[in-house]
Design a protein around this ligand. Structure first.
Ligand code: FAD
Length: 397
C-alpha cells in the first residue's frame, strides 16, 4: 500500500506533522529507527514558545503541556557585576514560555497519533530515499511516487517523503546530494549538558557569565533540572565527576554570593558542540524537510524544538494543499514561508551566544571581546529598548 506521506523520524517535527496530516485526512506512516522507549525517554529541550503552544493547542495536542507545563516569564543574569532579573513576560510582545520536557511532549504526540489511527514503525531505519525525490520541480503535485528503503525491511512508498530525521538524517543527505547548499557556522563553543535529579535552584532560567566560562540553569520539572557548563571542544564527559560538576557550577553561578544550589544525582551528561546550519532550500520535488533536518540551531536560545513545530505546521498545510487539493503552491512557497523566521531565530541565537560566551585568554582581542560582552549585558540591564528586543526574540518564533 502507498502512503500519502512517508515521514522519517518520530521527533517533535515528525510527530507534529503526522498528527496534523491525520487530522486533515491524509494518511501517513512514520518510520523511526529507535524503539519507542528510547524515543520517549530522550531528554532534550524544555522551552516552548507561545507560538508552539498555540499550534499544539489549536490542533488538540496540548492536553499534557497545559496540565503539567509551567509558565515562565522571567530569566536571571549573573556575573561579576551582580545579578538582575528580566521580566520578559511584561516586555516585548508580552509572551511567556511554557516549560515542558521534550520527552513528555513526544510521549503525548505518539499517544495522540496512535489514537488518531496513525501508524508508526519503531526500529525501522530508513536507508535511502529513492525514486523521484528531488528530481521534480519543487511544488509539482503529479501522480509520482517516492520510495524509502528500510534497513532489513520492505521498501515503503508514498506520494511524498517528509525528512524529519534530524541533522544527520538521510533526508538532508538526499537533498544535498542533489545540490542543495548549506550555510553553517561553528560557534567554537561546547557545553557540558547535565541533567540532575534535583528541583530547580532558581525561580527562573539562570544565565551566568564567568571568566571560567558560561554556566546555565534551566528548570525542567519539580524534580529535575538541567545545567550547562561551557567546556573546551573535545571534552570527554567522563572527565566530569559529580563533585567536579557541582564545584564548577557553584563557582560560575556564584553561590557564595547568591546562595547554594539544590543538589542531586547526575542523571545524564553529554557534550554539545554549538553549531548551526540552514539548508538554503528545505525541500524539492517529493522530498521535504522539517526540524533539525532542515537546519540545526545552537541551543543558546532554546529555539530548536520550536522551529521543528513551526516547520511541521507549515509543511502540513503545504502537503495538504498538494495531496487533498492538487495545489502545489504551498510546497513551492514552503521555503519562502519558513526561512525568514528560521533566520530570525538564528540571528537571535547568535546574538545570545555572543552575550553568554566571552573569548578566553589574555591577549588584546580576548579582552576586547569580553568588554563587548559586558557592554551588551549592561545594555540589557538598563535599556528598555534593548529589553524589548530581547523579550520579543527570546519568546518569539
Ligand atoms: P529529532 O528530535 O532529532 O528527531 C529525529 C528523529 O529521527 C529521531 O527520533 C531519530 O531517531 C530519527 N531518525 C534519524 N535518522 C533516522 C533514519 N535514518 N530512519 C528512521 N528514523 C531516523 N530546543 C528547544 O527548542 N529548546 C530547548 O530548551 C532545547 N534544549 C536542547 C538541549 C539539548 C541537550 C539538545 C541536544 C537539544 C536541545 N534543543 C532544544 C533542540 C531540540 O531538542 C531539537 O531541535 C529537536 O529535537 C528537533 O526535533 P526534530 O524532530 O527535528 O529532530
Amino acid at each position: 500500500a502507498q502512503a500519502g506521506v512517508v515521514i522519517v523520524g518520530a521527533g517533535p517535527a515528525g510527530l507534529v506533522l503526522g498528527n496534523l496530516l491525520l487530522d486533515r485526512g491524509i494518511d501517513c506512516v512514520i518510520l523511526e529507527r529507535r524503539d519507542r522507549a528510547a524515543v520517549e525517554g530522550r531528554a532534550r529541550a524544555g522551552f516552548l514558545a507561545a507560538h508552539s503552544v498555540r499550534v499544539l493547542t489549536e490542533n488538540g495536542l496540548a492536553a499534557g503541556l497545559l496540565a503539567r507545563g509551567k509558565t515562565h516569564t522571567t530569566c536571571l543574569f549573573r556575573s561579576v557585576r551582580g545579578q538582575f532579573t528580566l521580566d520578559y513576560g511584561k516586555l516585548g510582545l508580552g509572551e511567556p514560555h511554557t516549560v515542558y520536557p521534550q520527552q513528555e511532549l513526544v510521549r503525548d504526540l505518539i499517544a495522540e497519533y496512535l489514537r488518531r489511527g496513525g501508524e508508526i514503525r519503531f526500529g525501522a531505519e530508513a536507508e535511502e530515499v529513492a525514486g523521484e525525490a528531488g528530481g521534480e520541480a519543487a511544488g509539482e503535485a503529479g501522480e509520482g511516487r517516492v520510495r524509502v528503503r528500510v534497513r532489513g525491511g520492505a521498501d515503503v512508498t508514498g506520494r511524498y517523503v517528509a525528512g524529519c530525521d534530524g541533522h544527520r538524517g538521510i533526508g538532508r543527505a538526499a537533498l544535498t546530494a542533489h545540490g542543495t547548499r548549506t550555510a553553517r557556522r561553528d560557534h567554537g563553543v561546547s557545553w557540558l549538558a547535565v541533567l540532575v535529579a534535583a528541583p530547580p535552584s532558581l525561580e527562573a532560567v539562570g544565565y551566568a557569565l564567568h571568566e571560567r566560562g558560561f554556566a546555565g540553569h534551566m528548570a525542567r520539572t519539580a524534580a529535575v533540572t538541567r545545567y550547562y557548563l561551557q567546556c573546551p571542544r573535545g571534552t570527554d564527559p567522563a572527565d566530569w565527576s559529580e563533585d567536579r560538576i557541582w564545584t564548577e557550577l557553584a563557582i560560575r553561578l556564584r553561590t557564595d554570593e547568591f546562595g547554594p544550589l539544590r543538589q542531586g544525582a547526575v542523571l545524564e551528561k553529554a557534550v554539545v558542540d554549538l553549531r548551526s546550519d540552514v539548508l538554503e532550500s528545505p525541500g524539492a520535488g517529493r522530498l521535504w524537510l522539517a526540524g533539525d533536518a532542515a537546519g540545526l540551531i545552537s541551543p543558546s536560545a532554546a529555539k530548536g524544538a520550536n522551529l521543528a513545530v513551526l516547520q511541521a505546521e507549515l509543511l502540513a498545510r503545504a502537503l495538504e494543499g498538494a495531496l487533498a487539493h492538487g495545489d502545489g503552491t504551498g510546497l513551492a512557497r514552503y521555503a519562502a514561508d519558513c526561512l525568514p523566521r528560521v533566520w530570525r531565530a538564528h540571528e537571535f541565537s547568535h546574538w545570545m551566544s555572543g552575550l553568554l560566551h566571552g573569548p578566553a585568554g589574555e591577549d588584546d582581542e580576548a579582552r576586547y571581546g569580553r568588554a563587548l560582552q559586558y557592554a551588551r549585558l549592561e545594555s540589557l540591564r538598563t535599556s528598555r529598548t534593548h529589553q524589548d528586543f530581547f523579550a520579543e526574540n527570546y519568546t518569539g518564533i
